[in-house]
Design a protein around this ligand. Structure first.
Ligand code: KG4
Ligand code: ZN
Length: 345
């Protein structure tokens, strides 16, 4: 039997505030380098101008490291995959222009990737002890910019069944954290403190929206008013109860997400359920979803931690699948800040 030729793809991700590069070989990740931008922490959110500037500084060393760690030469690469959108224009432009120049310089094809499809396709990265979901499956895509229930019929055939009508769930975590005086991004900190608190200490009302839609702006306001009232009575309230507050916020958010997933299973009859995006790193949703296997007979797919928050491994994987499909971009491709998960390019 002849051994198939290795196909090396470089993935580049620069949609928001993480600069990342990864090399994939025939579906297996050889390297995945992520440079986080600490600069935004003190501003309480991502500052687009600063993000773009930091990408410009990081992109060459990050790509160099990814190629080195993969133990290959850039001449070995078969194609360059990059995030075209959705994301911040200034951030996307850095990755897009770099990818275009590199593909031109090396004389190899260019592959444009939809960031949201990338999050979902991370489930197809070949890993030991990990089985990819079969089609069709439901993916709850939860990140700083999106909250969607997506029906995935094949690698590139995706349909949004429901989504948030206002804030994304990552924003709900980050804005709650900000109310508590925690730095950006607060999601991981809320998760950390939630592990030490009582999830039933405080009760927040859940929004009433369509079966498969989400709304988080009301929850944020409820948390704000609750904290303001408590702090008025006891200025030390947050400090004294931080763990219980975080646990209660996380518990409410996870209950909202699970309710919608139960609706999705009931409506579609599909019980293969995956999660994707930065918030899929959350220990609360990971635990409850795992329990749903026993409780409801679902088959659940929880990505490895390194493939939850923004990373180029998922872009390299999506690029590899597109490479096999002969789906290449031309040099006229441009960064596209607004893109839907259903869009093919
Ligand atoms: O996918 P991602 O890295 O970027 C976007 O595409 O938006 O998601 C970032 C979001 C942020 O809101 C961050 O606070 C949240 O994911 N996040 C978490 C956790 N880790 C990251 N939220 C809750 N718990 C976590 N452990
Ligand atoms: Zn993302």
């Amino acid at each position: 039997m002849t051994k198939s030729k290795p196909i090396y793809i470089l993935g580049i991700e620069s949609s928001c505030d993480d600069t990342s590069a990864a090399v994939i070989c025939n579906g297996k990740i050889l390297s995945n380098v992520v440079a986080n931008q600490e600069i935004h922490a003190s501003y309480g959110g991502v500052v687009p101008e600063l993000a773009s500037r930091a990408h410009q500084q990081n992109i060459v060393p990050v790509i160099d490291q990814a190629i080195q760690r993969a133990n290959i030469d850039k001449k070995d690469l078969n194609a360059i995959a990059f995030t075209r959108g959705p994301g911040l224009m200034g951030s996307l432009l850095v990755g897009t222009s770099f990818a275009k120049s590199l593909s031109l310089g090396l004389g190899i094809p260019l592959i444009s990737v939809n960031h949201m499809q990338g999050h979902i396709l991370a489930h197809f990265i070949e890993e030991e002890d990990y089985t990819a979901p079969p089609f069709p499956f439901i993916c709850l895509t939860i990140s700083g910019g999106h909250t969607q229930i997506v029906k995935v019929s094949n690698h590139f055939e995706m349909e949004i069944l429901g989504e948030t009508i206002d804030d994304a769930v990552g924003e709900a975590f980050d804005k709650s954290a900000k109310i508590l005086g925690l730095p950006y991004p607060g999601g991981p900190l809320v998760d950390k403190y939630a592990k030490l608190g009582n999830p039933k200490a405080y009760k927040f009302t859940k929004p009433k929206v369509g079966d498969l839609d989400f709304s988080f702006s009301g929850l944020k306001t409820a948390i704000l008013y609750f904290i303001q009232k408590q702090v008025k009575e006891n200025p030390e309230f947050i400090k004294e109860n931080l763990h219980d507050i975080c646990a209660s916020i996380q518990h409410t958010i996870v209950e909202i997400l699970m309710e919608k997933l139960k609706n999705a299973v009931r409506i579609t009859g599909i019980n293969h359920i995956a999660i994707a995006g930065g918030v899929s790193a959350n220990s609360g949703i990971r635990t409850v979803l795992k329990q749903a296997e026993q409780k409801y007979g679902w088959h659940t797919y929880i990505p490895k931690f390194e493939y939850t928050t923004d990373n180029a491994a998922m872009i390299a994987e999506a690029g590899y699948l597109k490479y096999l499909n002969n789906d290449f971009a031309t040099q006229s491709v441009s960064a596209t800040p607004r893109m839907n998960v259903c869009e093919k390019e």
